[in-house]
Design a protein around this ligand. Structure first.
Ligand code: SAH
Length: 656
């Protein structure tokens, strides 16, 4: 269940205050009105997203920021009489009614107008009148108005509305064509003089009136036509060879001089993304001296694979990736790569073998077991102390997501100190041992570090702010740094993680609206000029994903990419699969810079609410150095009881 009051506070802080809305009356009113009561049933959890939402009849409830901006610029005061055109959900009128004396609002869709009326009644907002009709004529009997707000865009400001402004009254209205609208403030100085001020570019649904339609058609005539972006993409796209063709890997040689090559994915269950990353990684290892493959998987699980591919002795847990979502790593595509890596390493001296490592922190139980296992073998006394220390986490290790709540109520400071001490001790031991420390101690120390991170992660996850995301990505980045340090000053790493971890967060909603950082950003900041960030995308096909966290894997059709998204532009290029390196075509890069929708499918995919659950705004060419495109994609083939008979090798550590 979403905590709406907290969501509202976060909206005020991240979407409004930080964008410069600071009128206390506006912020108070926005804090007061329950926006979740103005969205369609079932969409409440998205009510505080930084976007407009559909409300039926092809109309939308405006983005919170736009509502706040319009009201702040209209400057209503207590006692003022205000007119709003385009009631829609009624949200903006409701916010206005918490500041002004009386609000009149007009909506042309009877269904929307009636629903808004009911909402006002339910909330006890009794200073709002709703009329059904064409708002471009205004509401002369109720005027003159201190402020008029128009929530739909037309070619110009209707004369009738200007005439209904009181002296000093303000009309806030989006003016322009369907493609380009400016938000204007028109202030009535005296009976015949109006002052205009441009408040910036916006996008509203059309203001529908006879006058509006006619002028719109005029506007469409005679505009010069720039070359469509999809054609520019087609011209710059470098088609991809087959995965097994050595030319595939060679295409990425241009990034081989970097120390860090980060390869993304637009879902956790798409075969092409795994196969492409495997082909690129094989090339970087074979031809360019990369020795670290670091993936978005749990450390102890990946460590089992590492022991297999580097032919080190098996210790600790024997099977890997048994925690949800198993298909993310227990799949045929990964097995194929792991088998290749093992075979490659076989011909190499131990020091030159490439390792396979996990950056993530979810498998706290696995890490606790690995630390205890190491200490049991090397220092039984220390093992007893560690058992005691980890005791406070034991009740939660299977269901750590419930730990945060417990930690809140019981004052778990002791637990925090215990796991941190354990971590410090092993790290000190590792430092003392220096280069002689060897892989086993490094592994144990890393696991202890992970338990400490995980304890903190699950504790702060309860607050659901940006901190838990940031701490997870910072942990992943630091683990990557430790791996590089451990392999020496010239070590080079390939990273496999989701686009959301790899695409520089500063140029996505994550960083812009929520203060979230990610591995891609941290790598660019810490290793400037030595990092390549490569994103992946798809238009359609099928994907392996679950409906809920912890749910079973399903194969789901991917919806065609949305109009206006980066994906749709790539699809419209009609090149089926390609590499697009942004620096190769500065003019194209320039035109792609302005943020557009981008799709993010994780282990969960909910096609029914796709726009809200899976799309976010980002600036693709700033997020990534290059983008790899597969127009139609297939799901990964999971390994499991059902798949044993299908010729998968009996691969330790997948424990078939
Ligand atoms: N203020 C609303 C935004 C609604 S979108 C909110 O906060 O939710 C704009 C609305 O304007 C739509 O519901 C649309 O039906 C309405 N609209 C468009 N042209 C109109 C007109 N000429 N007269 C009245 N309403 C109009």
């Amino acid at each position: 269940m979403v905590d709406f009051s907290r969501a509202r506070d976060r909206m005020i802080a991240s979407q409004l205050s930080r964008r410069g809305i600071n009128d206390p009356d506006v912020l108070d009113a926005m804090r007061n009105v329950p926006r979740e009561a103005f969205v369609d049933p079932g969409f409440e959890e998205f009510a505080y997203e930084d976007s407009a939402l559909a409300i039926g009849h092809g109309q939308t409830i405006s983005q919170p920021y736009i509502v706040a901006l319009m009201i702040e610029r209209a400057g209503p005061e207590p006692g003022d009489i205000v007119l709003e055109i385009g009631t829609g959900s009624g949200y903006a009128a409701a916010v206005l009614s918490r500041i002004a004396g009386h609000v009149y609002t007009i909506e042309r869709h009877p269904g929307l107008a009636k629903a808004a009326r009911n909402r006002f009644a339910d909330l006890g907002y009794d200073n709002i009148d709703v009329r059904i009709g064409d708002g471009t004529a205004g509401w002369p009997e109720a005027g003159p108005f201190d402020a008029i707000l128009v929530a739909a865009g037309g070619p110009n400001a209707p004369h009738a509305l200007k005439e209904q402004l009181d002296l000093g009254g303000r009309l806030i209205i989006p003016v322009g064509s369907a493609e380009e609208q400016r938000l204007m403030r028109i202030t009535r100085v005296n009976a015949t003089t109006f002052e205009e001020q441009d408040l910036g570019g916006v996008r509203f649904v059309p203001l529908v009136s006879e006058q509006g339609r006619a002028a719109d058609q005029q506007g469409a005539k005679g505009r010069p036509r720039a070359m469509p972006l999809s054609e520019l993409i087609a011209a710059a796209a470098e088609p991809l060879p087959d995965f097994d063709d050595p030319a595939f890997g060679r295409l990425f040689d241009r990034f081989a001089d970097r120390r860090l090559v980060l390869l993304g994915e637009a879902s956790h269950g798409t075969s092409e993304f795994y196969r492409a990353r495997a082909a690129i990684t094989r090339r970087l290892i074979e031809a360019h001296g990369f020795t670290i493959v670091a993936v978005e998987a749990d450390w102890p699980d990946a460590a089992a694979v590492d022991r297999y591919v580097r032919q080190r002795q098996a210790a600790g847990p024997r099977t890997a990736f048994e925690r949800f979502p198993t298909w993310m790593w227990r799949n045929r595509e990964v097995v194929e790569f792991v088998e290749w890596l093992r075979a490659y390493n076989q011909q190499k001296a131990e020091a030159d073998r490439a390792g396979f490592h996990g950056l993530d922190i979810y498998n706290m139980r696995g890490s606790i077991a690995a630390v205890l296992d190491y200490l049991d073998r090397t220092d039984p006394e220390a093992a007893a102390v560690a058992r005691e220390r980890y005791g406070c986490l034991t009740p939660w290790q299977n269901e750590p997501s419930t730990y945060g709540r417990a930690a809140l109520s019981k004052g778990f400071r002791d637990c925090e100190q215990a796991v941190v001490s354990q971590c410090r001790e092993l790290l000190e031991q590792q430092l003392r041992a220096g280069l002689a420390a060897g892989d086993e101690l490094m592994d144990a120390a890393q696991n202890a570090r992970l338990v400490a991170s995980a304890e903190r992660y699950y504790r702060i996850m309860y607050y659901a702010g940006p901190e838990s995301w940031n701490m997870r990505d910072t942990h992943m980045f630091e683990t990557l740094e430790h791996l590089l340090t451990a392999r020496g000053p010239r070590a080079k790493a390939v990273v496999w993680a989701h686009n959301s971890h790899i695409g520089d967060a500063r140029y996505t909603d994550m960083g812009m609206a929520r203060d979230e950082v990610n591995i891609g950003q941290l790598c660019r900041e810490r290793f400037p000029g030595e990092t390549a960030l490569i994103g992946f995308g798809t238009h359609g096909g099928k994907v392996a994903a679950a409906t809920d966290w912890g749910g079973d894997m399903e194969v789901k059709p991917i919806r065609a990419s949305l109009e206006g998204s980066y994906e749709r532009l790539c699809h419209d290029s009609q090149v089926r699969h390609f590499l697009l390196e942004f620096s190769r075509d500065p003019a194209l890069r320039q035109r792609l810079l302005e943020p557009k929708l981008e799709r993010f499918i994780g282990v969960i995919y909910r096609p029914e609410t796709e726009r809200l659950s899976h799309y976010a705004y980002a600036s693709l060419p700033r997020q990534f150095d290059a983008f790899v495109w597969f127009d139609e994609t297939a799901p990964v083939t999971p390994l499991g009881a059902d798949h044993i008979g299908e010729g998968v090798p009996e691969t330790f550590p997948f424990g078939l």
